[in-house]
Design a protein around this ligand. Structure first.
Ligand code: 5AD
Ligand code: SF4
Length: 454
């Protein structure tokens, strides 16, 4: 079996769980796509021309499938992820090599769906079923066939009720749903038993998390983070992606009080113009965003920020775009993701007037990147001379070197004992390389705050 994943971290996580649910059926992951008797294309609908890219990818796999057939090998081809959800039967119609189309809410049914597809039936499952996918998927502790390393994603929330006018998520991933805290923590206990030390809690709108516990109480994301931080073996917690309106006071306090919660916040704002934010149905203003950032920075002064931006949303004028650049200059971001607006069929944005010409979008994207790139470089450069906790993950490329991650997800290379892999140590950053930082362990060797309890 070979799972080819595109897009967000949610898809990376989903790919792992698909592998988990199929492993007991005898499907083991192959090193290359050519060897696989089951190919799953795990698709993303966010990027431009997502569906066309999937069809061109499927064309290549069709050729591969017929090469294998000429050797007497059968291949089952499945399409999963958000394009599967959005295009559904259209995929089966347009590409006959596809045997199975499965939406993100149905992955727990994969063993049955794959066996039906292998029986020669074309299978389509893109319902939003009432049964609980998460409960039906195997716990990672049961899925012993996969090695996970030190850092793992855990989906805690899926779907979205916000309906930003550019976005397909409410249509492809459905209504917002939060997993129960006990279920999440059981999964994390399994992960820590397998050596995981860092969890990234995932959700399309993760800070809107509101998991119902077995006693009926409703937990916020901050409560969940607090409980996870107290679990043995957990050294670091991250979460993504958040909406500015859901930065609750207790979550801001969690950034102040919980050392394991990393000081790195991805909080998409999309635009720096109130007019465009309203047209996007973001339900907040630039001033609201500014105020959120001020609260978070007051609670955790060393927090680094990251955001998403869309340029060329319908109706965006030069003045609107300049307002976005002004906001970026004012706030200062350690990292950003920027996109040219591209209409998604079925979303309200696609039928708005005032679509912006491609050349203008391209120009605005380049201008935006010319502002954010130096900010990112300046942030990295400012890390030199700082002492920061590093979670060591693996042996480095050069002899004697081990590599870990800073709180800001920068790779850090250090000459140190490989026995430190799996633990957090304070490192003084000494130099900036092209793709990573270099550092030395600080003199005093006691573990940093975050490493205690490991
Ligand atoms: N066009 C351009 N960018 C988009 N995004 C989501 N939908 C679109 C679209 N139709 C971007 C947003 C979001 C990120 C994941 O992808 O910035 O935050
Ligand atoms: Fe999409 Fe995020 Fe808006 Fe939800 S909050 S509709 S996931 S951009």
């Amino acid at each position: 079996m070979f799972i080819k994943s595109f897009g967000c971290q949610m898809n990376v996580y989903d790919a792992g769980r698909m592998a988990d649910v199929l492993a007991p059926e005898g499907f083991l992951e192959t090193a290359t796509i050519e060897e696989a008797d089951l190919i799953i294309l795990n698709t993303c609908h966010i990027r431009e021309r997502a569906a066309e890219k999937v069809f061109s990818e499927l064309g290549k796999i069709r050729d591969l499938k017929s090469d294998r057939a000429s050797l007497g090998l059968s291949t089952t081809l499945a399409v999963a992820g958000c394009v599967a959800q959005a295009e559904g039967a259209e995929i089966l119609r347009r590409q006959p090599a596809v045997d199975l189309v499965v939406g993100p809410q149905s992955y727990h049914r994969l063993p049955d769906l794959v066996s039906r597809a292998r029986g020669g039936i074309k299978v389509l499952d893109t319902d939003f079923p009432a049964d609980d996918k998460f409960a039906a998927l195997p716990q990672p502790a049961e899925a012993k066939t996969r090695s996970r390393g030190l850092s793992s994603f855990v989906t805690v929330q899926e779907g979205c009720d916000k309906f930003c006018t550019f976005c397909v998520v409410p249509y492809t991933r459905g209504a917002e749903y939060s997993r129960g805290p006990e279920q999440v923590m059981a999964e994390i206990a399994g992960l820590t038993a397998a050596g995981v030390r860092e969890v990234s809690l995932l959700g399309q709108n993760v800070n809107a998390y509101h998991g119902v516990a077995q006693d009926g109480s409703v937990w916020s994301l901050a409560q969940l983070v607090r409980a996870i931080a107290a679990m043995p073996g957990i050294l670091r917690i991250r979460y993504t992606t958040s909406h500015p309106n859901d930065m609750a006071a207790d979550l801001v306090e969690a950034h102040r009080d919980i050392p394991a919660l990393m000081p790195f916040l991805h909080l998409p704002v999309q635009s720096g113009s109130d007019r465009i934010l309203a047209a996007m149905n973001r339900k907040h203003t630039v001033a609201d965003y500014r105020a959120e950032i001020a609260r978070v920075r007051a609670a955790r002064p060393d927090i680094a920020l990251s955001s998403d931006f869309i340029v060329g949303f319908p109706g965006e004028t030069d003045a609107d775009f300049e307002a976005t650049l002004d906001l970026i200059r004012e706030i200062g971001f350690a990292s950003t993701f920027s996109f040219k607006y591209s209409p998604r069929p079925g979303t309200p944005g696609a039928v708005l007037d005032g679509h912006v010409k491609e050349a203008i979008k391209r120009d605005r994207l380049a201008r935006l990147q010319a502002v954010v790139d130096p900010q990112r470089q300046a942030f990295n450069a400012a890390c030199v001379g700082r002492v920061m906790p590093v979670l060591f993950e693996k042996i480095g490329r050069h002899a004697g070197q081990i590599v870990g991650k800073s709180p800001y997800l920068q790779p850090v290379q250090v000459d140190a004992d490989p026995a430190l892999i799996g633990s957090v140590r304070d490192v003084e950053i000494t130099a900036l390389g092209p793709n990573s930082l270099f550092g030395t362990l600080t003199e005093a060797e006691p573990p940093s705050r975050a490493a205690q309890g490991s």
